[in-house]
Design a binder for this molecule. Structure first.
Ligand code: GN1
Ligand code: MG
Length: 374
């Protein structure tokens, strides 16, 4: 669980930030990396920067990861510029170290990097309404469209087989068999749920491997709280957390966005009666996404869209459950059974999507029909 750590100030001073560091504070977001906000003073004015430790147990190819980030942010920057950027849209900006490298390894062996802080923005863990959902889906669609210019094969696999549901399920089965923490009995209900729906886990990965859908550069961690909105909360202006940008399918991103945005509660909500698909939010996501990406999808990708959120929720639930059974070494937890609770909530999301299946397909069919007729 949470630990307080000393920040190596000398390491932060190796980045090419003008002025001197005044203060630094941890930002408690995300389950994987550690993020700090540093205030720097230069010629009498203060500016904030994001300093981040990349979790290299999870991201083992930091060099490849940072190169991906340079490629992706350049493509997004170009696309924003070409569109004439009227809405204040932006992308992450890496501040390199004084030696020119995009990251630094400190004496403790940790990998640090620095970004400009994007001021005057807000992010949401739970979607506040259809306008925000539509904006988030639009910025995702624009992001994927900009990445059509980046061959998927030019990006390193920062976590090999990251969205490979079949492999995730095999790991779950191995961990369950070992049951080294003796937690399987406690999780019997969730384990039963997972075993019953095993086939769901590999469906998208098989379509990708079998060439039924194309491999494309995409975001791969499309949570609503990775979208920054302007301070009015009305316009999505930036997509964050680009560490898993690599080859995948747009279905992973659309599916992930729906699974965590169209369900109007937190990812670890314990009152499962709140876990329902909000069709208004779902429709807004579909509208925003199709507006930007509709014309670029193959028929097969389009056909799989309404099904993808269920797969993403299931595989994430399986990952949370695996981590619980294995002693919580992967996702940062804030209470003892946090990962089990997260798994339970994701499985409730799967059930909510099963109940809404035909309505979810219908919304997309209508949108496609309307855009074809226009
Ligand atoms: C992790 O970056 P962060 O903590 O938001 C995870 C995602 C999960 C997400 C669930 C590298 O993302 O795959 O969908 O938690 N990222 C990694 O909240 O495993
Ligand atoms: Mg992430």
């Amino acid at each position: 669980m949470e630990q307080t750590r000393v920040v190596p100030i000398a390491t932060l001073q190796c980045f090419n930030v003008p002025g001197s560091l005044i203060s630094v504070e941890e930002l408690k977001r995300g389950h994987i990396n550690r993020t700090y906000v540093g205030v720097w003073e230069h010629q009498g004015s203060r500016k904030r920067y994001v300093h981040q430790v990349v979790n290299h147990r999870i991201f083992q190819d930091i060099e490849g990861l940072m190169r991906n980030l340079e490629i992706v942010t350049a493509a997004i920057g170009d696309s924003i510029q070409k569109r004439g950027n009227r809405g204040g849209e932006t992308t992450l900006r890496i501040i390199p170290a004084r030696n020119g490298s995009s990251y630094i390894r400190d004496e403790a062996g940790e990998f640090w990097r620095t970004f400009e802080y994007i001021e005057n923005t807000v992010a949401y863990d739970v979607c506040p309404g259809p306008e925000a959902a539509e904006q988030a889906a639009e910025i995702l669609g624009r992001f994927q469209r900009a990445l059509l210019a980046v061959p998927a094969s030019s990006l390193a696999d920062t976590i090999p087989f990251f969205h490979h549901g079949g492999r995730r399920f095999s790991t779950f089965e191995e961990v369950l068999k070992r049951d080294s923490k003796k937690r399987a009995t406690d999780a019997a209900q969730e384990v039963g749920f997972a075993l019953q729906r095993k086939d769901l886990s590999s469906s998208l990965a098989l379509a990708l491997e079998g060439g039924l859908i194309p491999s494309r550069a995409c975001h791969n961690d499309m949570k609503l709280n990775n979208v920054l909105f302007d301070s009015s909360g009305e316009r999505a202006v930036c997509l964050l957390d680009l560490d898993t940008c690599m080859a995948g399918t747009p279905l992973f991103d659309f599916g992930d966005l729906v699974r965590n945005t169209a369900i109007p509660c937190a990812e670890d909500e314990q009152d499962l009666s709140k876990v329902v698909v909000d069709m208004e939010l779902y429709e807004a996501i579909c509208r925003g996404y199709m507006r930007e990406m509709g014309d670029s999808l193959t028929q097969r990708e389009f056909d799989l869209l309404p099904f993808s959120p269920r797969v993403l929720a299931f595989v994430l639930g399986v990952r949370f459950l695996t981590d619980y059974l294995d002693g919580d070494g992967y996702f940062r937890i804030h209470r003892p059974k946090h990962n089990l609770e997260r798994a339970r909530t994701q499985f409730a999301v799967v059930e909510a999507m099963e109940r809404s299946e035909s309505r979810m397909s219908e919304v997309l069919r209508k949108l496609r029909g309307a855009s074809r007729a226009a």
